[in-house]
Every structure is written in C-alpha cells, then in structure tokens.
Write a protein that binds this ligand. Structure first.
Ligand code: BQF
Length: 298
C-alpha cells in the first residue's frame, strides 16, 4: 500500500552542472580568454532576493565566473535603472546581465527586461529569447525550466508522448516549461496542458497526467488525490512558511503536499534541494555561453 518514490536530486545534479561549467571555464581561460563576467543588478532589499543573489554569487565564485552586484535603492526610477543597464550593454567586459526579480512595484518589469541587450540576457526573459525559444531557435533559455529539462534528461525521464500538465503559466517558469516540453526535439514531444488560476477543475487535468510540473506559488496546492499513481511530479514552488522552530524563523515548502503526493508519485522533487539549485546552475551555463558568444556569434 505504501509507495516510496524515487527522488529527483537537484542538489546533486546542480553540483554536476557546476563541475562541468568549472571545467569548461578552465579550458576557456587556458585558451587565453578572460574569465566570464556576470553583472547582477539588485533593486531594493527584498530579503528573498538577497538570498537568491547570494546563491548566484557563490555559484559564480565556485565555477570561476567573475560576478559583480550593483545594489540600487528601491526608490530608483525606471529611467535610472535603464540607464545603468545601457552602460552595461555597452561594456565589453560584461558578458551577462541579470536584473534580480521581483522589481519594486513602481517599475514595469517587461520594460526593464527589454532594455537589456538580448545577447547578454542570461536569464532568457527578453522577448527575443522567448520568441526564439518558441520557434526552436538558439537562445538563452529561462534558467528554471532549463533546469527542469536537465533534471528529466539526467534521470532518463523522457517527456516524449507523455501527458504533461504544467500548473502555473508565468513567463519565467510555466509558460517556457510548456514550450520546451511541447517542441518536437529530443527533450520534448510531450502533449502539454497548461493550467492556471482560471482552470475550472484542476484535478480533472492533473489526475490524468503522466508528469505534473507545479509552478503556481501556492503552498499545498497539489495533494496526492490529484495525482495518478506512478506519475512524475516536479515541484517548482518556493514558499516561505513562518516556522519559529528554525533559526531563520521560516522554512521553504513547495506547491505540493509532499507526503500525500509521495504516496502516488514514481519520481518527485524535494523542496528545498529540487529545482531551486538547478536554476542557479543553469545560470552559470548561460553566462559561460554568453562569454563564448555561443548563442549569438558576432
Ligand atoms: C534550494 C526565485 C521566486 C521568485 C524569484 C536553491 C534557489 C532556491 C532554492 C535560488 C528563485 C528560486 C531564484 C534552492 C533563484 C531559485 O536549495 O531549493 C537555490 O537561488 N533560486 C531567484 O533568483 O528569484 C526568484 C523564486
């Protein structure tokens, strides 16, 4: 009666990806090139954002990518931010530019993202990169869905001909994940359903899914009753729940009720230590590609 799913270990696979990037960076340096450089812009002092920027900086240090973070006050105007981005666009010593999200509410994130040179857009959020992803052309790919695809490949969990239900339609995760899974290539070929807050009967879709990718930002949204026996479940949720028993005063939970989903799934990602570390590792890959001008040659 009791089921024990296989664990999709993002902590382990992310360390393999960073090892690979570190070796590639060493080769790149040995060939006489300067180190890749990632420029991070952090606007305001969102506590979670600081943690994420810290994780990215540490990963850069580990793989030999130079990183620099510009911290701007949360009162910064969009115009000033765009001017700083323009300077970085024109700076040949900068390979990748990353504006940490979320931005303060007085800014329009799309306008800011569009001001980044798409050739330096290592987050893969620029419409040029999203458009090229959609038509199957070389591009920078959003790091979280790229990390999910890498995890599936690592564990030989092919989406081909599977019914994959993506829960959450954000521009950063759900939408690009659905595009990647649907395309006719070695990592795709899935039949993909995108569910979102307007979906009438979520369970109707998830219960028939061979694979469920959850990126809704709603803790406990997916329970075991909504999952088909043997399904693969990828939990992208990253929710901070107050927990006075921990040192930080909170703990991270995903969008799945882990224990009940684990009773049904054949494979499952933990939170933390699932997709999160992959996001950062794929950013390292994208930054190396930017330094090499591998996606957009001169
Ligand atoms: C882990 C992010 C929501 C909104 C903006 C490792 C990260 C997270 C978790 C991380 C995320 C989430 C990032 C773990 C970057 C992923 O061990 O489980 C790493 O640093 N992430 C971000 O930059 O912006 C976000 C989630």
């Amino acid at each position: 009666m009791s089921n024990t799913p296989n664990i999709i270990d993002g902590l382990h696979v992310a360390s393999l990806v960073r090892d690979e990037v570190r070796c590639d960076v060493n080769d790149w340096l040995a060939a006489g090139n300067r180190p890749p450089k990632l420029q991070v812009i952090l606007v305001g002092a969102n506590q979670a954002s600081k943690v994420y920027v810290g994780a990215k900086t540490r990963a850069c240090n580990e793989v030999g990518i130079e990183s620099e973070t510009i911290v701007l006050p949360d009162t910064t105007s969009e115009k000033i931010l765009k001017e700083r981005i323009q300077e970085l666009n024109n700076d040949d010593s900068v390979d990748g530019i990353l504006v940490q999200l979320p931005l303060p509410s007085h800014m329009t994130p799309l306008a800011v993202i569009e001001s980044i040179d798409y050739r330096k857009d290592v987050d893969g959020f620029h419409p040029m990169n999203v458009g090229r992803l959609t038509i199957g052309q070389p591009c920078y790919r959003s790091c979280t869905p790229a990390g999910i695809m890498h995890l599936l490949k690592h564990y030989s969990l092919s989406p081909r001909s599977k019914h994959v239900v993506v829960v959450g339609a954000s521009n950063i995760v759900g939408s690009p994940a659905a595009i990647m899974l649907s395309r006719e290539n070695d990592e795709g070929k899935a039949t993909t359903t995108i569910c979102h807050k307007y979906t009438k009967d979520l369970t109707l879709h998830t219960i028939s899914a061979d694979m469920v990718i959850v990126a809704a930002g709603v803790p406990g949204l997916i329970t075991g009753q909504m999952i088909k026996e043997g399904a693969i479940v990828v939990d992208v949720g990253m929710n901070r729940i107050p927990d006075p028993t921990t040192e930080r005063g909170y703990r991270l939970v995903g969008d799945c009720d882990y224990d009940s989903v684990a009773e049904k799934a054949s494979w499952i990602t933990p939170v933390p230590g699932g997709v999160g570390p992959m996001t950062v590792a794929m950013l390292m890959k994208n930054t190396l590609l930017a330094a090499k001008k591998a996606v957009y040659p001169d």
